[in-house]
Design a protein. Sequence first.
Length: 909
Amino acid sequence: MYFDEFKHQLPDIDPQETEEWLASLDQVVEDEGENRARFLMFKLLKRARQLHVGLPPLTQTRYINTISPEQEPFFPGDEELEHRIRRIVRWNAVAMVLRANNRFTGIGGHLATYASAASLYEVGFNHFFRGKDEKPGDQIYYQGHAAPGMYARAYLEGRLSEDQLDHFRREVEPGAGLSSYPHPRLMPDFWEFPTVSMGLGPLSAIYQARFNRYLYNRKLRDTSEQRVWAFLGDGEMDEPESLAGLSLAAREGLDNLIFVVNCNLQRLDGPVRGNGKIIQELEGLYRGAGWNVIKVIWGREWDELLARDVDGLLVEQMNNTLDGEFQKFSVAGGAYIREHFFGPDARLRKLVEHLSDDDLTRLRRGGHDYRKVYAAYKAATEYTGAPTVILVHTVKGWTLGPGVEARNITHQAKKLSEAELKVFRDRLELPIPDAKIKDAPYYHPGPDSPEVAYIRERRQALGGQLPRRIVRVEPLPSPAAGVDAEFAAGSQIPVSTTMAFTRLLRNLIRDPALGPRIVPIIPDEARTFGMDPLFKEVGIYAAVGQRYEPVDSDLVLSYREATDGQVLEEGITEAGSMASLQAAGTSYASHDLAMIPFYIFYSMFGFQRTGDQVWSFGDARGRGFMMGATAGRTTLHGEGLQHDDGHSHILASNIPNIRAYDPAFAYELAAVVRDGIERMYGQGEDVFYYVTLHNENYAMPAMPDGVADGIIRGIYRLREAPAIDGDNGKAGNGRAGNGRARAKAPRARLVGSGSILQQVIAAQTLLAEQFGVAAEVYSAPSFQLLRRDALETDRWNRLHPADEPRVPYVSNVLGADGGPIVAATDWVKALPDLVSRWLPDSYISLGTDGFGRSDTREALRSYFEIDPPQIAAATLTALSRCGSLPAKRAAAAIRELGIDTEKIDPLSV
Ligand SMILES: Cc1ncc(C[n+]2csc(CCOP(=O)(O)OP(=O)(O)O)c2C)c(N)n1
Ligand SMILES: [Mg+2]
């Protein structure tokens, strides 16, 4: 909610009225005491909030439900039937984990998380979550460890079979298994968003809600009916990512977003805040960030007690009881509760004297009372102006019996004894015979049962069964020819691949068919990358437009914010930017609308910093481009150790569906981007692209004929060997393409990528002119894809021993003939080494292993041994090792090249 914090300081327009209010308060304190006055003040504040009277937030309220009983709405469901449904789902969620572990010890699974959250989900499924049958519907982030509950419900609906439940966590058989947690990669028709890496769910949900607004404001989709729900753990809230987006959500007024934090007061090892109160702490945090906070702490059994608590003693006790104590009360029984919770004060003890010990254990936490949960959800969906967080008090392992419920071991529990199962069955009142109980059989009331009819009807009324992921997107056309023609033509004016990309992006944005779909995402580095012209041209997305005159409004390239702005200028948050990438990159599934995100970031702060999110993007089947700008350990030269990225390509290479490129020239870059758009948005492949961009300027050659395929596959021959004049060491003209190298001149092959290809080209000339070596030059924009092809080929050969072996593409291009091979890049040697297994033994990799540092590019390249003399020296050594040159000649050459052989190894610094 926005409020003007200065308005309340305006001059008093009616001092007499003010005086009357103050006098009333004084009177209450005097006559009825401080507690009564405090009570009235809370009531007033609450009413003010309901009336949307903006007030500076009071960050913590009392430890009671935000919605009082008289404000609770009518519950529209069939209470009895819903109760039975919850019980059946609870049972089957437990059964599938037990059965899996009975048969396959150690396969794992969780009982307690869903057990604490069953009502939270059931109320949502039966009354709130919008399905996706006709329209995209709500986007729901399910708590990862609650997955069994979602499967159990789908089983009741008839969407999953017993056999599928029996394959929980056994997914190797294609199509049969159920994944441990929400993984769209493994269950693409079921799960939409990966959530199990703690903290990524909340962050993604915020940016998802924000992206929904972006689509709406850009008039690309009417998302006004869609809500984002995120079910989260209280322990999970300690992850920095969980909190990272809170203020953005409030600032942008995301009332389409609801967080439900399952406050069972426990995480994996023990209590979340044994010595404190996590719900209170979170309330302060969220309210301070500007969220609407609804606490659901007590079940209806407490209403009557609270109503009789006229002197506020019970509330005081609730306020003062630590989470560690509440956990103890959950396991210790009624007598203990009477003694230690109500007992210390005779008046409190009296309050519950009409209740038996058993009654006291049945005083439920709010999250187990569907009516309280319903009231909170309804209020959340009706709230406007700010996102809502519902903090729900629950018991971890609720209903699972005394050995598990609220115990510190509960998170890990995956087995129940036969006796425990019987207790559980009795508690759920399910007709499962004793004789069968030890197998933990599934229970299904039959497809025509009232329970199944009810949930089917409910889901139909709400738009379809969930969880569900549906892809019904139309393919996009290829970029128009005009988008990248200029890059194929080359440029004599020195430019960098970053500059080329900026121009390519602008051309794409101007492409009539694709332009509106482009989503540039930038964490505050647009100026570094020369992308600030976009600010003016397409505007920066700002939910409220631009309410001020920008300081540079008189300049041609001003900082323009607009409601329909296209650029997502995220500010300094790579994690937030990754979350935006995920929202935009999965829009083809979550909105039936293909969007083409280009996330442009400071290379070093991408994979290294947010690697887990990149992995999750792969899981989510995200499509889009990650553009690692200012890449290269030596190409970004002045910035030093923390900035100079020489290893992200290795990190990226571990992601199975990535296509990673390090283009050297504008035409390579353009070809890769065109291929990406066609592959992801034309053919619908679930891959994504990582492309590194360098900031070194040099002339961009025209695209040679016949190289398009090689660029995309990862390597092609750029220059033939120059002609060598005789074998006396004198060079020929060094021009590419004349192919008249004499047989006597030693031959070699040089490989490079990105900016360092310039060093390689210079080394070719050096080798020819000073040493009479005829070297070819190859450009290798993707070692990662070369390796992938080689691995696939190897595998095929391994499995088909009787067939003619296939040859990996890289071995075809760099065959046995042609002399030794030296590869140099601005990345660690492990990058070219990705393909060494398929190349001749003479293969040598040069690279930038070791911490970076700042200096000139020349100095750094000499230091890391990737400059022309080092490349030439490595080639001469390789030639000597394979007998094409005397070793003494190679050693002399190293001296001639001025190389200090005793210089320190950068790897050891
Ligand atoms: C990033 C990350 N770190 C650690 C884990 C392992 N882990 C899984 S669940 C869990 C505890 C979750 O506690 P909470 O968030 O309170 O959820 P609850 O099960 O209590 O509802 C932990 C530590 C994980 N999944 N992700
Ligand atoms: Mg918890």
